[in-house]
Design a protein around this ligand. Structure first.
Ligand code: GCW
Length: 666
């Protein structure tokens, strides 16, 4: 059963329907393809593997076009990474824009067979919505994964690359099957040893890894240490210093001489104690452009993170608002970045909380390339011990209307480059994998990895459609099973929100490891993450008139909506306003009653999740069933902890009873 967990959604289980199998064999036993490339080779071996496993035959690959079967062609005019499949009189035609398009087309065919789609419905025309579809690993070379909840790294151990690269290759297969085309392989926090990834010590290993990923159409990037020149003997890392510029130009040459297909650098600078241009009195455009100039001759890119804020804020300081930081730092630099610099912007202004407004930088920047950053790892969302399906959350972000160019200027169209015509654009996310056999610790967290790739390929796929695909490929087609699992995953984000921090306020977690409830965990610390609960009320005033003015970073329509306590959506109320516990929500409930109700409800929903999952005992193999069940039981235990701690905390602050008289530990 470990095999099933390991294979994730590429299980290629034997097709039992004989008739279907024969139909597949009739059209796929011969594959005609004239072009070759390493990517096409990878696509063909994946096709052979899939067909062998599912239908017990292997296709004959030929260059002769007068054969029956699958015909693969490349039409440059079609656009990069696109594919077009037609089915006609027992012939299949796959015409692709380039070899990546061939790979994605082949994965599409394999997915359809796994989904038992009738051949007549194989026809499709696909183009990815987002040009860059990236994954960030937060793996350290000592073998740890920062915010890793699925065991250690399968890239590194004890400051060496792990020699057996099977895992890396299978990861590349999983990612490319969902359309991912870029990856950074080390943590954005670059420590001493990782600084050497761009030096002789590790370059050969990096190249070997890059070669594996490029077979699957995935460009490799490295996170770099902005102070690397100083680790290597220079006295400064000042981006305007000539020796520093020469240092990076020399590094770029060495890297690209070794790896012409290298993607570029990912940089976390002046963020959470990492070095950056601020140390030298330079701004972030100066800092990023210097690197961009070094990489430009080779077509390399600099991905520059906007997660810049004062992490040493004193809780006594009521002026500074962390939520404002990214916009305040980067909006004034709009238009100053070179065209191979791409900013990377977290989806919210804080840090991957269960509920945040959309970062106003998206919708703010006009003349800058950028990527939207999500986190698949559930750092603040139950750390892959809780079942939380993230696609519904991400889709809310993508569908958010920024009003940048008037009504209907949605995030999904901005980040895809469609509205502003940036040279580079797309979406990136922090990975959730580790060396655990099932990749993600919680088996159900595989859905978030799968869903991320599918959603950024096509943001108009519904969360249900994506989950359905994953469930069938992972657990099979039994109708009761499929429906039950769908009913479990779809509301799970809301359930998690119900039993954790209410109404958009966020945090309330234990310090540093971020797991489990601790309402005042961050309240009297630095880091800028406060809820300001007192005996009368709770929430952060971010309005223009009396608060931090964060609300003014949005365009008029959103500004007015958020800034006014009467129009601010309930789910974000405490993010924008400090209100009394007796404040009435749009739902008609008071804030305090909402807190009690959602917390009791959240626990009940987890109980229901367990009841539903229990009905699947005979429909899922024991190993996978038990592993999920164990985590669900833990989730229930934690949900109760959250419920009781949150309810007790706010009861003690407010002294207001639950109108339903349920048990609160006064
Ligand atoms: O959320 C914080 C995490 C850090 C992380 C940082 C970041 C890699 O707690 O672990 O560092 O975000 O995104 O840089």
């Amino acid at each position: 059963q470990d095999v099933l967990s390991y294979r994730a959604w590429l299980q290629y289980c034997p097709v039992k329907d004989e008739e279907y199998k024969q139909q597949i064999e009739a059209v796929l036993s011969v594959v005609t393809v004239k072009e070759t490339s390493i990517i096409i080779d990878a696509a063909l071996s994946e096709l052979s593997l899939g067909l062998k496993e599912m239908c017990a035959f292997q296709p004959a690959i030929t260059t002769q076009s007068n054969q029956n079967g699958l015909h693969i062609t490349i039409e440059d005019t079609q656009g990069k990474e696109t594919f077009h499949i037609t089915y006609d009189k027992s012939q299949l035609y796959l015409s692709a824009g380039d070899d990546r398009g061939v790979l994605y087309g082949v994965y599409h065919l394999l997915r359809q067979i796994q989904l038992k789609t009738p051949l007549e419905q194989f026809g499709v025309k696909e183009a990815p919505k987002n040009p860059m579809r990236m994954i960030n690993q937060w793996d350290d070379m000592n073998g740890e994964v920062e915010r890793g909840y699925a065991g250690k790294s399968f890239f590194y151990d004890q400051y060496q690359f792990i020699k057996d690269r099977t895992r890396v290759k299978d990861y590349a297969r999983l990612l490319s099957s969902t359309g991912i085309n870029a990856i950074s392989i080390n943590n954005v926090n670059v420590h001493e040893n990782e600084t050497d990834l761009i030096f002789d010590r590790y370059l050969a290993d990096v190249k070997q890894t890059a070669d594996i990923f490029s077979m699957y159409g995935i460009d490799l990037y490295l996170s770099i240490n902005y102070a690397a020149p100083m680790e290597k003997g220079l006295t400064t890392a000042d981006p305007l210093d000539e020796d520093v510029k020469a240092f990076w130009k020399d590094r770029a040459k060495v890297i690209y001489d070794n790896m012409p297909h290298f993607g570029g650098f990912l940089v976390k600078a002046d963020s959470e104690n990492r070095p950056g241009p601020f140390t030298y009195g330079r701004n972030h455009a100066e800092g990023a452009n210097m690197l961009a100039e070094a990489l430009a001759p080779y077509g390399g890119k600099v991905i520059w993170r906007c997660f810049v804020y004062n992490c040493k804020q004193d809780w006594r300081d009521r002026q500074t608002d962390r939520a404002r930081a990214a916009y305040d730092h980067f909006l004034p630099l709009d238009g100053e970045f070179l065209d191979n610099v791409i900013l990377q912007i977290k989806n919210g202004p804080m840090d991957f909380q269960v509920r945040e407004p959309v970062s106003p930088l998206i919708g703010g920047l006009e003349k800058t390339n950028y990527l939207l950053e999500f986190q698949i790892a559930q750092e603040y969302l139950g750390q892959q011990k809780h079942l939380v399906y993230l696609v519904p959350q991400w889709k809310e972000v993508l569908n958010f209307d920024t009003y940048q160019k008037g009504e209907d200027t949605r995030v999904k169209d901005l980040v895809s480059g469609k509205v502003l015509n940036q040279k580079h654009s797309g979406i990136v996310s922090v990975s959730n994998v580790g060396i655990d056999v099932n990749w993600t610790g919680h088996l159900m967290a595989q859905l978030n990895l799968y869903g991320y790739g599918r959603m950024i390929w096509n943001p108009d796929l519904s969360a249900e459609a994506i989950a359905l695909e994953w469930i069938k490929q992972t657990f099979g087609h039994d109708e009761a099973l499929v429906q039950t699992l769908l009913n479990i995953v779809i509301p799970s984000w809301e359930t998690y929100e119900n039993y954790t921090s209410p109404l958009g306020i966020g945090w309330m977690v234990n310090i540093s490891h971020h797991y489990g409830p601790n309402i005042d965990g961050y309240e009297y610390d630095n880091w800028g993450t406060y809820h300001f609960a007192d005996r009368d009320g709770v929430g952060v005033d971010r309005t223009k008139e009396t608060g931090s003015g964060y609300s003014t970073q949005y365009h008029k329509e959103n500004f007015e909506c958020y800034n006014d306590v009467t129009t601010c959506p309930d789910e974000l109320l405490l993010f924008f306003h400090h209100v009394p516990y007796t404040h009435k929500l749009h739902s008609g409930k008071t804030v305090i009653q909402h807190i009690y109700d959602t917390h009791f409800k959240g626990v009940e929903e987890v109980e229901e999740m367990i009841a539903r999952f229990t009905t699947l005992r005979t429909l899922i193999d024991d190993a996978r069933f038990e592993s999920v069940m164990e985590r669900l039981n833990h989730q229930l235990y934690m949900a109760k902890e959250w419920r009781d701690i949150v309810n007790t905390y706010f009861y003690r602050k407010s002294g207001i009873d639950d109108i339903h008289g349920r048990k609160i530990y006064a």
